[in-house]
Each structure stands twice: as C-alpha cells, then as structure tokens.
Design a protein around this ligand. Structure first.
Ligand code: FMN
Length: 184
C-alpha cells in the first residue's frame, strides 16, 4: 500500500509539472486556454481501499499487477500514461479508435466536427480498434483520457462498458487545457 500512496503522490506531482504552456489545440494552433493540466481522480488511502471518482472499491493491494490504460488523441495523455507506467512498473494499454481522429475531427470550433457530434450525443460509443484486453491478474488500473467539453471522450464509455472491473482498484487521471475532471 505504501507503494500505491507514493505512486499517487508522485503521479500528482509529475502531472502537475507536466503542464504544457500555451496549450496546443487539436489543430496544432495555440488555444486561448492557459495550458494543459492533468488531474488525478483519487488519492490512495491507508488500508485496502481507494476512492475512485465517486465509488469506493475494496481490493487486495498487496498483490497483483498494475495496468495503465489510456486514450490520447494528440499525445499529451499518452506521455503522462507512459510516465505513470514507468514509475509504477505497470503495463500499458492504449485505447485506439478504430477510425483514428483527424485534426478536423477534433476541431472544437466546428459544431459539426466528429468530436463535437460525439460529445453532444451521450449515447455515442465510438468503436475501439485496439486488440481486446485481458484484465487477468490486474488489481490496479490507472485509466487516463483527455477532457473533451468537460467530459470524457465517448470512446472511454465504450471502453468501460466493454470490461468487468469488479474487484479492481480504478484510478482515473486526465489531461486538459485547464478544466478539472468535472463531469467525466
Ligand atoms: C474536442 C476537444 C474538446 C476539448 N475540450 C476541453 C475542455 O472542455 N476543457 C479543457 O480544459 N480542455 C479541452 N480540450 C483540450 C484537451 O483536453 C487537452 O489538449 C488534452 O491534454 C489533450 O490530450 P491528448 O493529447 O492526450 O489527446 C479539448 C480538446 C479537444 C480535442
């Protein structure tokens, strides 16, 4: 458990330091936002439980493997995920969209862009293209994503609805241009 606490503390400081000045938007141009920031959704507690978002799970934290799962459209969350995995000695799994997001897909200034349409439709479940994942042996899963319109990209819903995480401690983290984890 000590390792988990240390890792969470390290993760938070790594994430805080990894703010990107003059946050670039999906179009590669500088956005008006103050820069990227990353947030961790929970802090590890002593004992065998950890808060993850609004749910509390009890797990055996002394054994088992750690996995870092992430979705990243422009590379920021990927870099953070790799740092966490390297600190935690964890495996990495990238959630890739079966149809990769283009620059125009990510254009939040376009009310008809793919990402805008998906975020405006809570039922949207973009297909995942990466090979399916086995959660066997994992007791902790860090799960990371960028904030899109104050929420998680819909492909994260596709992912979490595709697996059974019972008994696994879930630790969310995200990157953004400044928004908190908000409604994600
Ligand atoms: C479609 C879209 C919507 C976004 N919405 C927000 C937002 O609501 N708040 C925010 O702070 N940043 C927002 N951003 C910025 C991203 O959260 C930020 O650049 C993130 O670090 C990108 O991560 P990635 O490089 O792993 O894809 C948005 C980016 C995109 C592409």
């Amino acid at each position: 458990m000590k390792k988990a606490i240390l890792l969470t503390a390290l993760m938070f400081s790594v994430l805080s330091m990894s703010s990107f000045a003059a946050g670039k938007n999906a179009n590669g141009s500088n956005s008006a936002k103050s820069g990227n920031s990353a947030k961790s959704g929970n802090s590890a507690k002593s004992g065998n439980s950890a808060k993850s978002g609004s749910s509390v799970k009890t797990v055996d934290s002394g054994v088992g493997k750690t996995l870092v799962v992430y979705f990243s459209a422009t590379g920021t969350t990927k870099r953070i995920a790799e740092k966490i995995a390297s600190i935690a000695g964890a495996d990495l799994y990238e959630i890739k969209a079966s149809e990769e997001y283009t620059r125009e897909d990510l254009n939040w200034n376009n009310s008809n862009s793919r990402s805008t349409r998906e975020q405006n439709n809570p039922s949207s479940r973009p297909k995942i293209g990466s090979k399916s994942l086995s959660l066997n042996g994992y007791t902790t899963v860090y799960i990371g994503y960028p904030i899109w319109w104050g929420e998680e990209p819909r492909i994260m819903d596709t992912f979490v609805e595709s697996y059974n995480f019972d008994g696994i401690r879930m630790i969310p983290f995200c990157t953004s241009g400044g928004s908190g984890m908000g409604r994600s």
